[in-house]
Design a protein around this ligand. Structure first.
Ligand code: URA
Length: 209
C-alpha cells in the first residue's frame, strides 16, 4: 500500500490533460506547469511552521504569523525539474535552490550525475525535491541519496506524473520521503516512458523534440 499523496483537483486535472496533448506547444506547456506548481505548492507546504511576530498595520499594532526557521530549499532535478522549481520559487521567493544534474544512461537507465550544487544547512531546512516525471525512480533515488549525503533530513518529493513502478522504487529506497503527485499513470513502456504520460518532460518544456 503506497503512502504517495495524489493531489486531485479539477483545475489540475484539466491543465494536465492539455499538457498531455502532443499538440500543446512549449510556451503553453510551461505556463500550465507553472500554474500546477502553484496549486501543488499550496498543498505541499501546508505543514511549514510559522512564528508569531509583532507588526504594525496602518491601523493598529498586532501579532501575526510568518514563516519561521531556515528558508526551505527547492531541489530541481535537471533539467525538467526547473519547470516546477521556477513556479514554486514565485510562490516562495525566499526559498533557496539546489540543482542536481542527472542523465539516464541509455544502456541500463541508471542515473549518472553531472552537476550538484546545494545550499548549506540542509539539515535545518524543509527540502522539496522536484521532477515532473517519476518513472523508474532511478533519478529520484540518486538525487535523494546525494541530497541526504549533503545533510538533508526533512525531505519531500513532488512530481507531476508518477508511474506505479517509480512510486514503489522510491518508497522502498527512501521510506522517509513523502511523495506528492498530480496523477498516477498506468505503467512504464519498454523505453521506461510513462504511459499514457506526456512524453519527455524536458523536451516538452524546452521544445527540443
Ligand atoms: N522522463 C520523462 O520525461 N518522461 C517519461 O515518460 C519518463 C521519464
Amino acid at each position: 500500500m503506497s503512502n504517495a499523496i495524489h493531489i486531485d483537483h479539477p483545475l489540475i486535472r484539466h491543465k494536465l490533460t492539455i499538457m498531455r496533448d502532443k499538440n500543446t506547444p512549449p510556451f503553453l506547456f510551461r505556463a500550465l506547469l507553472r500554474e500546477i506548481s502553484f496549486l501543488m505548492g499550496y498543498e505541499v507546504t501546508r505543514d511549514l511552521k510559522t512564528i508569531d511576530v509583532e507588526i504594525e498595520t496602518p491601523v493598529a499594532k498586532t501579532v501575526k504569523p510568518k514563516l519561521s526557521g531556515r528558508k526551505m530549499c527547492i531541489h530541481s532535478i535537471l533539467r525538467a525539474g526547473n519547470g516546477l522549481m521556477e513556479g514554486l520559487l514565485d510562490l516562495i521567493p525566499t526559498a533557496k535552490v539546489g540543482h542536481v544534474g542527472l542523465y539516464r544512461d541509455h544502456e541500463d537507465l541508471h542515473a549518472v550525475e553531472y552537476y550538484f550544487k546545494v545550499p548549506g544547512n540542509l539539515d535545518e531546512r524543509f527540502n522539496l525535491v522536484v521532477d515532473p516525471m517519476l518513472a523508474t525512480g532511478n533519478s529520484a533515488n540518486a538525487a535523494l541519496d546525494r541530497i541526504k549525503q549533503a545533510g538533508a533530513k526533512n525531505i519531500t518529493f513532488m512530481c507531476l506524473l508518477a508511474a506505479p513502478e517509480g512510486i514503489e522504487a522510491l518508497e522502498k529506497a527512501h521510506p522517509d520521503v513523502q511523495i506528492y503527485t498530480a496523477a498516477i499513470d498506468e505503467k512504464l513502456n519498454e523505453k521506461s516512458y510513462i504511459v499514457p504520460g506526456l512524453g519527455d518532460a524536458g523536451d516538452r518544456i524546452y521544445g527540443t523534440i
